[in-house]
Ligand binder design. Structure first.
Ligand SMILES: NC(=O)c1ccc[n+]([C@@H]2O[C@H](COP(=O)([O-])OP(=O)(O)OC[C@H]3O[C@@H](n4cnc5c(N)ncnc54)[C@H](OP(=O)(O)O)[C@@H]3O)[C@@H](O)[C@H]2O)c1
Length: 325
């Protein structure tokens, strides 16, 4: 396994990590989580991603129960959570990053995980109705309380992130140090264009999500939606458009041809392509079963096969352009 600094932060994360969105509780029970997390940990993964909202809080419970069974040294791994959507209806409890909600939310997460602290905590989306200054102070207070060690953002605009960093600097508060954006061969623009300055000027870290575009970049949707795949899950109907989008499928088939040409699995090429970007601190993989975890870990071995020539061929199909997406 390779370990990368989370931007300019001192902490290092495994280049491949494992997340629980969609899978934990819905497809993966505690025993299956134990198997998947153990397979990842044995391959050197030290970061497990989660969020308050995943499976309505059950994903944190499953991960916490799995961690208990696994009994690893707490200092040997990192766990995250994220707040924004909330778990209860209520005027101050949904779609918000207000101070009261954030300070209550961290306690709820720790209880569900049954952990004393999480390592990373993210503001899962920006909240245009709460002053950024209020959110920065609340996140600083969470870090100061010892309930989390580093905080970051997820799908915030570069301007919002820079505003948060500058507020923190002005008041000598803990700054956000990492963003959690979507990044894969089919979704490049924000990461490569909008965030370029964040990486260069601010040394921001990144924990990227959906590296396989929810499974599309394994090629398994090239001939229609397979039984038992994410697209067939209850509640994931909105993803079907994504899996049947002709433009995305056309690109996927062309990318598959490049992978075939260089003799690697398409999914390995897709993950390795994310790993090639030095601004990526960690690629958060997802898996509905342990075999996928093992398979995805092997992507590390094909990074060298993505030569400049191969990268240029991928660019011809998927390069981010200012006017697109
Ligand atoms: N911050 C955010 O807003 C945000 C949003 C989304 C995700 N995330 C984080 O990022 C993590 C990863 O995202 P993701 O789950 O969308 O990642 P992904 O790698 O794009 O998709 C994972 C899914 O693809 C399929 N798959 C994975 N490996 C495979 C393989 N080797 N062969 C065939 N199919 C395979 C599985 O689905 P099936 O087997 O069910 O088809 C698996 O659940 C999440 O768990 C979460 O922690 C964060």
């Amino acid at each position: 396994m390779e370990y990368r600094h989370l931007g300019r932060a001192g902490i290092r994360v495994s280049a491949l990590s494992l997340g629980s969105w969609v899978t934990f509780h819905n497809q993966v029970d505690v025993d299956a989580a134990v198997d998947s997390m153990a397979a990842a940990y044995d391959a050197g993964v030290n970061f497990f991603d989660n969020a308050e909202v995943y499976a309505g809080g059950k994903s944190e419970e499953v991960m916490g129960a799995a961690l208990k069974k696994l009994g690893w040294r707490r200092s040997s791994y990192l766990v995250s959570t994220k707040f924004y959507w909330g778990l209860s209806e209520g005027v101050n409890e949904q779609n918000t990053l207000n101070r009261k909600r954030l300070l209550e939310a961290i306690n709820g997460s720790l209880k569900r995980f049954d952990l004393e602290y999480v390592d990373l905590v993210f503001c899962h989306r920006p909240d245009p109705t709460t002053p950024i200054e209020e959110t920065v102070w609340a996140m600083h207070n969470i870090i100061e309380s010892g309930k989390a060690f580093y905080w970051g953002t997820s799908e915030w605009s570069a301007a919002e992130i820079i505003a948060a960093i500058e507020i923190a600097e002005r008041h000598h508060l803990h700054k956000p140090v990492m963003e959690q954006p979507q990044y894969n061969m089919l979704h490049r623009k924000r990461f490569e264009i909008e965030y370029a300055r964040l990486f260069k000027d601010y040394g921001y870290g990144s924990t990227i999500w959906s590296p396989l575009a929810s499974g599309l970049l394994t090629g398994k949707y090239n001939k229609g939606i397979p039984e038992g795949s994410r697209a067939t899950l209850k509640g994931m109907e909105w993803l079907r458009d994504h899996f049947t989008n002709e433009d995305a499928l056309d690109k996927s088939r062309k990318l598959q041809a490049i992978a075939d040409d260089i003799g690697v699995k398409f999914s390995h090429m897709a993950l390795a392509w994310c790993l090639k970007n030095p601004n990526v601190s960690t690629v958060i993989t997802g898996a509905s079963r342990v075999e996928q975890v093992r398979d995805n870990m092997a992507a590390l071995t094909v990074v060298d096969k993505l030569t400049p020539d191969v990268m240029a061929r991928i660019d011809e199909i998927t390069a981010a352009k200012v006017e697109e997406e």
